[in-house]
Design a protein around this ligand. Structure first.
Ligand code: ADP
Ligand code: NG1
Ligand code: MG
Length: 488
């Protein structure tokens, strides 16, 4: 019997599979009782639309099969008992007082403790429920999303913790509300993400990617070409986004670019801090017109803090207070033109990608004819050309992330270049600075592509044994979003 509506996180009977059995045993050995429910939140791969969610632009991710599975028991004691199936993540017990007093600080090297992500999720849920908690939780985590690799392991962990706490307290939020709450919760880790990861974690549907729009948050299914498979390959470089200021630096550069553009273009905004997409709406411009505005009003390669203050007619204290984060206040130089150009061009690529997917579906259902694929100059003539047009957009996205956004890594570029020698288009996915690429691979080439990457990248470039490279590369199809399992 179904006990949830379409808008709610599904609650299903506990499946009887090896992973659940193993996690239940670990849970029993640690806590001497069975878990009362499980939550499962998937990782994601973003197909296109990188570093634009926090500027308010739509993105196109899909959920992975890899996930965070969390076994949960609610206890009367006001404590958290946190355990992890991977022994590199040490267990911890702590009392939960008022959520305002949660200590979510990193270790001495600046890297967050793994359980800080859980505390973010629980803090967000407690804040939402406006309680300082009477009940506590025993949590056992089993995750198989490669961590710090752009596949959103962090948001799966934050979201699983938030959902566990909400369910324990019978919190009634629909998927969209929980996704927004989890996006807000994860910012307690220190990064100013835009909400893509938590949105797809809850709004994902099997068999289709999702076109996610923000303000208001919404997801529309996008059918991907049937003759292609998305392949994810790890660069063997990890990057924890909360351990450095690289991520926040990009966020604030976009904020500053938007504020300068609004000031110099004479547009009127009620907002103190404005996003690049809000500015486009106010001006009622096309994305291409926004590109031209960037070149006109922020032409320099580098802007100093003093120059920005002068343009905005504010002092450095106000600039710090309004626009910068704790870990970016000390920065003195900013790249505004490059970041804003990437954002407007990437936003256009998302629109083009979606249009081509949508039109090609319509077209294949009828007869052949001419369709216009956005600004790409693409004209539909058959399915091979669709893959080339989509692939070109992915390649351009990678080039822009490498040159304008400067968030690639030599290993990622190497993977992309090896793919290009096989005429396969790919791009870094997630925030970058390491992590994974996603490649659009014609179905009949998947086996050969995976073999070639193993040989040319993992064996020749990284000196791995071929057999050891198996776990770093996989083909994937769109999966469903977060679930709760309990005995119904
Ligand atoms: P990602 O791109 O995977 O989201 P982040 O840098 O945002 O990368 O977050 C990665 C961090 O999330 C890891 O360093 C670790 O602290 C935490 N994490 C991810 N997966 C797990 C897991 N299975 N168990 C514990 N912590 C995890
Ligand atoms: P990853 O790499 O998965 O941590 C981050 C942000 C996203 C988005 C992408 C870049 C968080 C939680 N995630 O993802 O919101 O900005 O980078 O497109 O901040
Ligand atoms: Mg993350």
């Amino acid at each position: 019997m179904s006990v949830y509506g379409d808008d709610d996180v599904p609650i299903l009977n506990i499946p009887c599979n090896e992973r659940i059995i193993k996690l239940s045993e670990l849970f029993y050995n640690a806590f001497g009782c069975k878990p009362s429910y499980f939550v499962r939140v998937p990782g994601r791969v973003n197909i296109i639309g990188e570093h634009i969610d926090y500027c308010g632009y739509p993105v196109l991710p899909m959920a992975l099969e890899q996930d965070i599975l969390m076994a949960v028991n609610v206890i009367e004691e006001s404590k958290l008992y946190l355990r992890n199936a991977d022994t590199k993540y040490k267990g911890v017990d702590m009392s939960i007082n008022a959520y305002e007093e949660f200590n979510i600080t990193p270790d001495s090297s600046g890297k967050p403790y793994w359980y800080n992500y859980i505390l973010c999720g629980i803090k967000g849920a407690m804040e939402h429920l406006n309680n300082s908690s009477s009940k506590g939780l025993q949590l056992y985590v089993d995750g198989n999303i490669p961590p710090a690799s752009g596949l959103s392991s962090s948001s799966a962990l934050v979201s699983a913790a938030c959902l566990s706490y909400l369910h324990a307290h019978e919190g009634t939020l629909n998927k969209i509300e929980i996704a927004s709450l989890c996006a807000k919760s994860e910012r307690y880790i220190g990064t100013q993400g835009g909400g893509m990861d938590q949105a797809i974690a809850f709004l994902a549907k099997k068999y289709s990617a999702q076109y996610i729009t923000f303000q208001p948050l919404n997801a529309t299914p996008v059918a991907l070409p049937e003759d292609a498979t998305f392949v994810v390959a790890h660069s063997l470089a990890e990057a924890n986004k909360a351990a450095t200021n690289d991520f926040n630096r990009r966020v604030i550069e976009c904020r500053l670019a938007a504020k300068i553009l609004v000031t110099l273009s004479g547009a009127i905004s009620e907002e103190k801090v404005i996003t690049l997409s809000q500015l486009q709406k106010i001006l009622n411009n096309s994305l291409n017109e926004m590109r031209e505005l960037v070149l006109k009003y922020i032409p320099k390669d580098i802007y100093t803090k003093a120059e920005i203050c002068k343009i905005l007619k504010i002092n450095e204290t106000d600039l710090d207070e309004l626009f910068l984060t704790n870990n970016t206040k000390h920065l003195t130089e900013f790249k505004l033109k490059q970041r804003a150009l990437h954002v407007y061009e990437e936003a256009q690529r998302v629109e083009d990608f979606r249009k081509i997917c949508t039109y090609s579906k319509l077209e294949s259902a009828t007869t052949n004819g001419v369709i216009n694929g956005g600004t790409t100059g693409f004209v539909y003539n058959g399915s091979g050309e669709i893959l080339t047009a989509l692939g070109n957009l992915m390649s351009k996205s990678h080039d822009s992330l490498r040159t304008l956004y400067e968030c690639s890594h030599a290993n990622l570029d190497n993977l992309v270049n090896i793919s290009r020698t096989m005429n396969i288009h790919s791009r870094l996915t997630g925030a970058g600075w390491g992590g994974c690429i996603v490649a659009l691979c014609p179905k009949e080439m998947v086996e050969k592509y995976i073999e070639t990457l193993k040989e040319e990248f993992y064996v020749k470039y990284c000196n791995l044994d071929k057999i050891n490279s198996d776990s770093y590369i996989f083909a994937t199809t769109p999966n469903h979003g977060a679930l709760i399992y309990k005995n119904l």
